[in-house]
Ligand binder design. Structure first.
Ligand SMILES: Nc1ncnc2c1ncn2[C@@H]1O[C@H](COP(=O)(O)OS(=O)(=O)O)[C@@H](OP(=O)(O)O)[C@H]1O
Ligand SMILES: [Mg+2]
Ligand SMILES: [Mg+2]
Ligand SMILES: [Mg+2]
Length: 352
């Protein structure tokens, strides 16, 4: 069967590629007062806002009927105190919009020389990401910079885009400007895009969108796996993972990596399992933090569930609902990892 989302995938890759150019150049020039702290104490930079404006504009030009669930909103930029940041974001987003057409881009998408927006146009593009989500219909998710803390440290981050249709992720694209193209050949440099369409496989491309490689999670014996986990201890429980590691007899230390680059690394066999168990109660995982990674891992031959063994539910709104954690692994070892997680949860002194 031909790929029913070939057009959406092509647009998504082009949008993510352009946004990766924007975020890389922002990093080079980021100055202190270009980061805000949001209500939940998490950081957001001019790069997050500008990349969401850029991606949202492209989606709106190509698929104007499709709603968008985007992480950021422009309310802090519409007030007087946000003026300096707003001006910088408008400049950055417009520079990215009007950058020359790359292979695969089309001027009709609202990009290329002369395609600038007013400040209001940029703020409105950011705020088009205000869709509440839900169980039916098409909707895109945008996480313009996933792993903002990693981005600020110069480590891993990802530009993430997905298309959800009737609560199922159909297309997922993850751009990782700081990830090695090939860990076994570091001289090839950094920057990769990962893309998957449900039922049509998962691929890695260069940041230019070339040299596709099909992704298959290699089989691994459970004791030889390496866990992938968040860098930030507040985001997922490191101590819980340590206990699962002991229960499974895993020898290798976990690999800590920011962002959905973890899902991409899993697909390349650089981990074996991504384990993200809650550190406490209250936080609900966001759909944009997992939607592209879920379809990528499934299409690379893996399984993604919560700690109950249930599929992640992308139809509940902007979050995944109550936080039962996330377990992603190759098909062969997922049942063993899940069983170990449940065994640790059942221990008298379970840490979550
Ligand atoms: N308390 C808590 N618990 C769980 N998750 C949280 C929490 N707070 C934030 N977040 C989300 O984590 C996203 C970053 O992903 P990672 O944890 O994989 O990377 S990192 O360790 O922060 O670098 C991060 O995404 P970005 O905001 O896009 O960076 C958040 O959506
Ligand atoms: Mg954030
Ligand atoms: Mg995120
Ligand atoms: Mg983000």
């Amino acid at each position: 069967m031909s790929n029913p989302y070939a057009h959406e995938e092509r647009v998504a890759i082009a949008a993510v590629r352009r946004a990766c150019g924007l975020t890389s150049s922002v990093f080079e020039t980021l100055i202190k007062n270009e980061t805000l702290t949001k209500g939940d104490k998490s950081p957001v930079t001019v790069g997050d806002f500008a990349a969401q404006a850029l991606i949202s504009t492209i989606l709106h030009n190509v698929l104007p009927e499709d709603p968008i669930v985007g992480e950021e909103d422009a309310s802090d930029l519409r007030v007087e105190s946000g003026k300096e940041m707003r001006d910088r974001i408008v400049g950055l987003a417009n520079d990215a919009l009007k950058a020359p057409l790359a292979a695969g881009d089309e001027a009709a998408w609202g990009v290329g020389p002369g395609k600038e927006l007013t400040a209001d146009g940029i703020l409105d593009a950011i705020d088009r990401g205000n869709h509440p989500g839900g169980p039916t219909g098409r909707m895109w998710t945008i996480d313009p910079i996933d792993g903002t803390k990693g981005f600020l440290r110069g480590e891993q981050y990802a530009v993430c885009l997905s298309l959800i249709v009737d609560a199922k992720v159909q297309v997922g694209v993850i751009g990782c400007p700081n990830l090695l193209i090939d860990p076994s050949q570091p001289e090839r440099g950094k920057g990769a895009i990962f893309s998957a369409v449900r039922g049509h496989g998962a691929r890695q491309l260069t940041l230019e969108g070339t040299d596709p490689i099909t992704l298959r999670i290699p089989p691994t014996a459970v004791e030889n796996l390496k866990f992938l986990e968040s860098v930030e201890a507040a985001h997922s429980s490191h101590s819980f993972n340590d206990r699962v590691t002991e229960v499974l007899g895993v020898k290798a230390a976990p690999v800590r990596m920011d962002s959905q680059a973890k899902y991409a690394a899993l697909c390349r066999g650089e981990g074996g399992s991504y384990l993200r168990m809650p550190t406490g109660v209250g936080y609900r995982e966001k759909i944009w933090d997992h939607a592209p990674g879920e379809v990528l891992v499934v299409e690379a031959g893996g399984v993604v569930t919560d700690s109950r063994g249930q599929a992640l539910n992308f139809g509940l709104g902007r979050t995944l609902g109550e936080n039962f954690g996330v377990i992603a692994a190759g098909k062969d070892i997922h049942p063993q990892v899940l069983a170990a997680v449940q065994a640790v949860q059942a221990e008298p002194k379970a840490k979550v």
